[in-house]
Design a protein around this ligand. Structure first.
Ligand code: PHE
Ligand code: ZN
Length: 852
């Protein structure tokens, strides 16, 4: 009933006309002729407006037969499904039965039921279930499912608990009512690594990680991460697992990272499989995080789900926040927070500053798949972090207890979420709710005035217009702030100032000397802070602040300031900065992982973003060249210390992926990478040659590529790893990511002609085309070659996998930052993508929004 390009509005929400009491499905699997038999028990929804038709979503299904209470159906489906007219329906519960045929083999969109390397699997979030059978495919219709799978393949899985099986069939029962987007089915020749977990209620849960034969040696870390996640959710949130079995399956062809289907999580193999030899420390950390994330969804997402897709952040923002807490507990809170802020700025601030900006809870969409964004996920998590800061930890826990108690088994809204906080904290949070409704990154300006022992701070907030939102209301912004003495001693511990108007003044009296203001400690709100500080003040904070994020930020501010100077007028970095970096590098009291982060210069895209925000037109070549020069100067100034660090940070003994060793390797590789700008890569070459783990092998190879060396290593890397799909993604990606800017489009183009470039595999496509889009100086070559290549491939991918193509199209979202020539080139490519008769709904919406 929906027109392909017609937006859906939050304001139009209507409760479902009918609820589902029970679903029974039988799958007779065959590559091109899978039969799906369904028996669905419907009951009129007492909460609905009476007399409405029942719409069953269905797309690309061949209807064989359908009936209601045994009477054959006369209605015929249209392109969106089957509409059963109110007048023809009983007003008591009834059973709808259907048989449909689908062709998983030809399903290249990887949504619905599809095949990957001979295995069947499903992806139903957000609206994939309608490609499997006719159903009210909306999250507020929740039902228990019973599923029978028939196939000759040895392993047949679905949601819930196994009930019975025999040769060629298996039956599963999921007693927990769930929306269709959490349905899953897997069939294949798979091997399990099995473990057990005993819940705090004493129940034994069987844990399986299912992989293709040959990958069993890469499952141990994921299984361990799963057990730790289960324990953590019991200890921190009191959440207990609720089935006898928890299955995880790895698939090679998957659009996203992973999916939280009830009792049967399906993972992109890159987010599960890891061994010392094939995965980097970063991969291990990502696996730990994503395993936890999907597991945590069992409560925040599955037991309590979303009423409609506008509420997506209700489950995603909360689950990201929970996985961030978990990772902080497992590793280091300081390093995790800095990492998260870097990601937020790189992805979400970028999104918020461009034509794709949207609120954490959007008000309309054309294709919901386009709203699995950094704003819904990462900014959504920041909003929860702010709520916790505002109400305090104890009340945060009380609010969550209330949420679970009140809403278990329901499909909820952001209003429900805010209400539990308002109640638990006894406070009106209506102003806070604007964070969910207003797009854009607020700018907070801090002005200092010092007189006679009194410090007066004037805080102002401003939110620029975003698409569809010309005017903004003031937000409730928690600004965590401390005062530091000129000698580095803490003068005033952190206070949370609540900025709730356009301008507010705060005074601090009886101060012995003018303090250094440490503002936005812990990055207490997702804002851009404008606070003029001298480099002497930044140095005090970098050296002494009690808040690790503030220390990091002070170093970052110095680096950004220096890089802006180098880019805009070739000013050399001042010696104070080089010295400050040396002090951090050699300070053995500091966590190596933290030191590695401080040493990392702001990236080229971040610099383009900050230059643009400061009123300049960023030049990608100039940014690249200046950053490169800064790396050389830093390398020359610190060379002896860097060499010492490379040696000191070696991790003797067997590879251990834990935070301690990973931090040492991070600093070692950061030092070697920097040093390569002075020694031509001698140290990096040594590390590569001696590496017994992927972190060092790959890290050292990247360090070489970054200085234009490493061709022998590229050959060796290829020779060694050509049979490993995930490692080959690294091989493809790094060559593009580190290509000399003027050669990057040609390097990527060459790789698309490589026999291993399987463009229908989303990981491989991303490794080449996504990496070019993420290489600012290469992508934005003034010839337009980068734009052209990416557009050509997006057009190709759009016909096979619209969802993946639309996601990658965001490489163009920053077009309006650049000069008129580049803008014209990009707009021409976007227009070329859009002006095709077969442009998908996904891509049409994205490009349409980008063109404005
Ligand atoms: N819900 C998944 C997650 O965040 C993401 C996802 C969305 C996966 C849509 C597939 C399709 O964990
Ligand atoms: Zn999620």
């Amino acid at each position: 009933m929906r027109d392909a390009a017609q937006p859906i509005y939050l304001a139009d929400y209507q409760p479902p006309a009918f609820l589902v009491e029970k679903v029974e499905l039988t799958f007779k699997l065959a590559p091109t002729t899978t039969r799906v038999l369904s028996r669905i028990r419907f009951a009129p929804n007492p909460a609905a407006v009476p007399g409405q038709d029942l719409h069953l979503d269905g797309e690309g299904l061949r209807l064989i037969a359908a009936s209601i209470d045994g009477t054959p159906l006369t209605a015929t489906p249209d392109a969106t499904g089957l509409t059963l007219e109110a007048a023809s329906l009983p007003d008591a519960p009834f059973t709808f039965q259907a048989e449909v045929e689908i062709a998983p083999e030809g399903n290249t969109a990887l949504e619905g039921l599809y095949m990957s390397n001979g295995m069947y699997c499903t992806q139903c979030e957000a609206e994939g279930f309608r490609k499997i059978t006719y159903y009210p495919d909306r999250p507020d219709v929740m039902a228990p499912f019973r599923v029978r799978v028939e196939s000759d393949l040895p392993v047949l899985l679905s949601n819930g608990n196994p009930v019975e099986s025999g040769p060629g069939w298996a039956e599963w029962d999921d007693p927990h009512p769930k929306p269709s987007y959490l349905f899953a089915l897997v069939a294949g020749d798979l091997r399990a690594t099995t473990g057990h977990f005993t819940t705090m209620d004493g129940c034994d849960v069987t844990l399986n990680i299912w992989v293709r034969p040959g990958d069993e040696d890469k499952t141990a870390y994921a299984l361990d991460a799963l057990k730790r996640s289960m324990l953590w959710d019991e200890q921190v949130y009191g959440r207990v697992y609720d089935l006898d079995i928890f299955n995880i399956v790895a698939v090679d062809d998957f659009n996203m990272g992973a999916m939280e289907n009830k009792g049967l999580n399906i993972f992109n193999s890159r987010c599960v499989l890891a061994s010392a030899e094939t995965a980097t420390d970063g991969d291990f950390a990502a696996i730990e995080r994503i395993i936890a994330h999907e597991y945590f969804h069992n409560w925040t997402g599955n037991r309590i789900t979303c009423r409609d897709w506008f509420q997506l952040s209700l489950k995603e923002g909360l689950t990201v926040f929970r996985d961030q807490q978990f990772m902080g507990d497992m590793r280091s809170h300081a390093v995790k927070r800095i990492d998260d802020v870097l990601t937020l700025r790189a992805r979400q601030f970028r999104e918020d500053a461009g034509p794709l900006a949207h609120p954490v809870r959007p008000e309309s969409y054309v294709e919901i798949n386009n709203f699995y964004t950094a704003t819904v996920y990462e900014k959504g998590a920041e909003l929860i972090r702010m709520l916790r800061l505002l109400v305090g930890e104890d009340r945060y826990r009380a609010a969550l207890d209330l949420y679970f108690e009140r809403h278990d088994g329901q499909a909820c809204t952001i209003e429900d979420w805010i209400a539990v906080f308002a109640e638990a904290a006894g406070r009106d949070l209506s102003q806070f709710k604007r964070w969910y409704e207003q797009a854009g990154t607020p700018k907070v300006t801090l002005l200092e005035h010092w007189e006679d022992g009194t410090l007066t701070l004037t805080l102002r907030q401003y939110s620029a217009p975003t698409p569809g939102q010309p005017l903004k209301e003031p937000l409730l912004i928690p600004v965590a702030l401390g005062l530091v003495g000129p000698d580095g001693a803490e003068l005033m511990p952190t206070q949370v100032l609540e900025l709730d108007s356009p301008e507010q003044v705060f005074t601090f009296t009886d101060l012995p000397a003018r303090p250094v203001v440490s503002a936005l400690r812990g990055f207490s709100a997702p804002v851009v802070l404008e606070h003029a500080q001298s480099s002497a003040e930044s140095n005090v904070l970098l050296g002494h602040d009690t808040d690790p994020f503030a220390r990091f930020e002070a170093g970052r501010n110095l680096a950004r300031h220096i890089l802006h100077g180098m880019i805009l007028d070739g000013a050399p970095p001042n010696p104070d900065y080089l010295n400050a970096m040396r002090l951090v590098l050699v300070d053995d009291r500091l966590d190596p992982a933290f030191r590695a982060l401080v040493l990392r210069l702001p990236g080229e895209d971040e610099l383009a973003q900050s230059l643009h925000a400061a009123g300049h037109t960023p030049n990608p070549d100039a940014i690249h060249a200046a950053r490169r020069r800064a790396l050389c100067l830093l390398a020359e100034a610190l060379a002896p210390d860097l060499t010492r660090m490379v040696n000191a940070m070696a991790t003797p003994g067997a590879y251990n992926p834990d935070a301690r060793d990973a931090g040492r390797r991070a600093l070692r590789l950061a030092a070697a990478g920097l040093l390569a700008h002075a020694d031509g890569g001698t140290k990096a070459r040594d590390i590569f040659a001696q590496a017994d783990n992927m972190t060092e092998q790959f890290g050292a190879w990247c360090a070489l590529l970054a200085v234009g060396a490493g061709s022998a290593e590229s050959l060796q890397f290829h020779r060694q790893w050509q049979a490993n799909r995930l490692v080959m993604d690294k091989w493809f990606g790094a060559q593009v990511a580190f290509a000399q800017p003027d050669l990057a489009p040609a390097v990527a183009e060459e790789l698309t002609r490589h026999a291993g470039f399987d463009w229908k595999n989303p990981n491989r496509f991303r490794a080449v085309i996504g990496s070019l889009g993420a290489h600012p100086a290469g992508f934005h070559q003034s010839s337009g070659a980068g734009y052209r290549l990416v557009a050509d491939w997006l057009i190709r991918l759009d016909t096979a996998n619209p969802q993946a193509a639309a996601r990658i199209s965001t490489v163009f979202e920053t077009w309006s930052r650049y000069d008129a020539e580049r803008q014209a080139l990009i707009r021409a490519e976007l227009t070329r993508i859009l002006d095709r008769p077969d442009c998908s709904r996904d891509m049409g919406e994205m490009v349409g929004r980008m063109l404005g």
